[in-house]
Write a protein that binds this ligand. Structure first.
Ligand code: 13P
Ligand code: SF4
Length: 340
C-alpha cells in the first residue's frame, strides 16, 4: 500500500509512487524503501522541471543509481558526454559530473546554458597542474606538442595542441605523427599509454585520488577469494595494477565489456557507484564491489540537482579567448573519436 510522507516541500504521493515505479524497479536492490520515499519525490520533480524548462541531464558513469537511472537523459564517460553536449537540442544542460566535464560541455556548446549542481565538484587531476607549469614545460621542450587529458581546467586545455580522454589517449598521441609528446597531467595514464606506443611520452605528476589507491596485492587477493574473477581496470590506475587486470579501458569501455562478455564475476577497478550501475543492468552477474568513492562526483546529489533546475545554478562560463583555444584542442580530439 502507498502512503503519503512529508519530504520538505515534496510528498511521496500515490502519483509520485506510480510515476517513479519504473526507476525503483531497477534500483530497489540498492535503495531501501524508506529511503526511496524521500528520493522519489525529488526525482519526480526533477523530471517535471526538466520538461518545463527544456533541460537535459548528462550524467557520468560514476553518478549514483538514483541519478544515473532516475533522472539522466544521457549517461556515459567523459568522451561520450562531450559528444552528447554537441548533439542535444535542449537549451539547458545540467551536468551531473565534475566541473571539468561541465566546462567541456560549455566550450563545445557555448550557445547553451550549462549548469553544474555543485561548483565544488572538482577533480584531483584537474587541480594537479597550473598554466605556468604548462608554459614552463613548453619552454623546456620547445616544439613538442602538448596532449592534455580532459580532466583539466579550460585554461590548461587552451595551452594544449589536442585533448584526449581515457577512450582515445593512445590514438590521440599517435595522431600527431611526432616522436615525442608532452602528456598532461596524469602520470599513470601517461605510463599506460607509453607501454603501448613508440612515441616518447613526457609525463606530469598528477594522480587520481581514487585510482591511485588500488594495489596489485589487493587485486590478487580478490582473485583468490573470487574464483573465475574477471578484472577490468581504468587506465588512471598504476601500470602495475593495469598489468594485473584482464582488460584496461575507459569507464564506457568497461561497461561495454561487461555487456558483451559472458564473464559471470567481475571486478571494476574504478569508482564504485559505477559497479552499482552495472550490477543493476546485469542482475545475473556478480559484481564484486569494494567501495572506492570519488568525493567530487558524490558532491552531486538529487537535492542540489533539483535546486540547479529551480534556480538556474550554477552556471558554468569560460572567457571567450580561453574558450576559443580550448575548443580547438577539444575539436581535434572529437575528430579522432573513440578508440576503445
Ligand atoms: P572516463 O572518461 O573513462 O569516464 O573517466 C573519467 C574519470 O574521471 C575517471 O576517473
Ligand atoms: Fe577526478 Fe579521479 Fe574523481 Fe575521476 S575519479 S573525477 S579522475 S578524482
Amino acid at each position: 500500500m502507498t502512503t503519503t510522507r512529508r519530504t520538505g516541500q515534496l510528498d511521496y504521493t500515490p502519483q509520485v509512487a506510480e510515476a517513479t515505479a519504473h526507476v525503483y524497479e531497477k534500483i530497489s536492490d540498492l535503495v531501501p524503501e524508506a529511503e526511496w520515499r524521500l528520493q522519489a519525490p525529488l526525482i519526480h520533480e526533477i523530471l517535471r522541471l526538466k520538461q518545463e524548462i527544456g533541460a537535459v541531464v548528462l550524467a557520468h558513469n560514476y553518478q549514483v543509481p538514483q541519478i544515473f537511472y532516475g533522472i539522466a537523459d544521457f549517461q556515459g564517460d567523459s568522451l561520450g558526454l562531450a559528444q552528447a553536449a554537441t548533439e542535444v537540442d535542449e537549451e539547458t544542460i545540467v551536468f551531473c559530473g565534475v566541473h571539468f566535464m561541465a566546462e567541456t560541455a560549455k566550450i563545445l556548446s557555448p550557445q547553451k546554458r550549462v549548469l553544474i549542481p555543485n561548483l565544488d565538484a572538482g577533480c584531483s587531476l584537474s587541480e594537479s597542474i597550473t598554466v605556468d607549469d604548462v608554459r614552463l614545460l613548453k619552454e623546456r621542450y620547445p616544439g613538442v606538442p602538448v596532449v592534455t587529458y580532459v580532466n583539466t581546467p579550460a585554461a590548461i586545455k587552451a595551452e594544449s595542441d589536442i585533448c584526449c580522454t581515457s577512450a582515445n589517449a593512445k590514438a590521440v598521441v599517435e595522431s600527431l605523427g611526432v616522436n615525442r609528446v608532452i602528456f598532461l597531467p596524469d602520470e599513470y595514464l601517461a605510463s599506460n599509454v607509453q607501454k603501448e606506443t613508440d612515441v616518447e611520452v613526457i609525463a606530469w605528476k598528477g594522480r587520481c585520488i581514487v585510482h591511485e589507491q588500488f594495489t596489485v596485492e589487493e587485486l590478487r587477493a580478490y582473485r583468490e577469494q573470487f574464483p573465475g574473477l574477471v578484472i577490468l581496470a581504468h587506465p588512471e590506475c598504476s601500470p602495475e595494477v593495469c598489468g594485473e587486470a584482464d582488460f584496461v579501458g575507459s569507464t564506457t569501455a568497461m561497461v561495454n565489456y561487461v555487456d558483451r562478455s559472458d564473464a559471470q564475476r567481475v571486478l571494476l577497478v574504478t569508482e564504485c557507484s559505477m559497479s552499482d550501475n552495472v550490477q543493476e543492468a546485469h542482475p545475473d552477474k556478480e559484481l564484486v564491489r569494494p567501495c572506492t568513492l570519488c568525493p567530487h562526483m558524490k558532491m552531486i546529489t538529487l537535492e542540489n540537482t533539483l535546486a540547479s533546475l529551480r534556480y538556474g545554478r550554477y552556471e558554468v562560463d569560460v572567457p571567450p579567448d580561453v574558450r576559443e583555444r580550448a575548443h580547438l584542442a577539444l575539436a581535434r580530439m572529437l575528430e579522432i573519436g573513440r578508440d576503445d
